[in-house]
Write a protein that binds this ligand. Sequence first.
Ligand SMILES: Nc1ncnc2c1ncn2[C@@H]1O[C@H](COP(=O)(O)OP(=O)(O)OP(=O)(O)O)[C@@H](O)[C@H]1O
Ligand SMILES: [Mg+2]
Length: 252
Amino acid sequence: MSFGLSIHAEKISQQFATGLMPIRDLSFICAPGEFIALLGPSGCGKSTLLRMIAGLRKPSSGTLAVGQEQGASEKRVSYVFQEAYLLPWRKVLENVTLPLELLGASRVEREFKARTVLERVGLIDFESYYPSELSGGMKMRVSLARSLVTEPQLLLLDEPFAALDEVTRLKLDQELRDLWLEAKMTVVFVTHSISEAAFLADRIVMLSKKTSGIAQELTNPLPRERSFATRADSRFTELTQQLFSQFQELEA
Ligand SMILES: Nc1ncnc2c1ncn2[C@@H]1O[C@H](COP(=O)(O)OP(=O)(O)OP(=O)(O)O)[C@@H](O)[C@H]1O
Ligand SMILES: [Mg+2]
């Protein structure tokens, strides 16, 4: 059995009290362990869809099943926001141990697991720092570490690196892809950056504001291992151009 959770969405819709329906009769399947990017212009419903997948909002209609193969057993889902949302009065280590504290893990287990993920995101030397003493990129790494400490089977990220400078963003994209190759969890990554989606994902699901559904689904032809050289690969260029022309049609 694969570690990652599957997602089965069948004709799901989300209608708000205002009457707006940014997601309408949308269907898609995500296989266990897949890395998917949800791409689309601002306001097309990416966050709305991600929140439904996370179980934070129920679809107004349709069926949505996460990890149905795993039955009723424990399903570990983590959610990463655009802002790091760290607790300013807690040191880095204590921010990362928080989800385990909520699960009732022992102090020894909490700190061992937190240090393992902090090592993984390159912040082991900063465990005693307060969030105010970190850069934006470091805060986001702490946020990522906190989301990984519970060893999620499904990791949902909503434009997590959008507020960072470009070089930091490229580095974190690389780190996230490498982490995923190791951990084999399912990842759904929301972005409005075409190149970020093309670099990160195995499959890109483009949402349309016009139809409130999926405009296009593309399988990424790039090899599983990605690096800085990937961005110079002709397949990367072709993919981004294809996505760009689709994007322009959506905006037209
Ligand atoms: N709770 C809500 N009540 C009413 N309308 C909402 C609510 N949440 C979102 N919307 C509307 O639904 C639409 C989709 O919003 P959503 O946040 O999902 O878009 P998005 O694709 O994530 O955009 P962005 O890239 O700017 O984050 C928008 O028009 C938004 O105003
Ligand atoms: Mg959003």
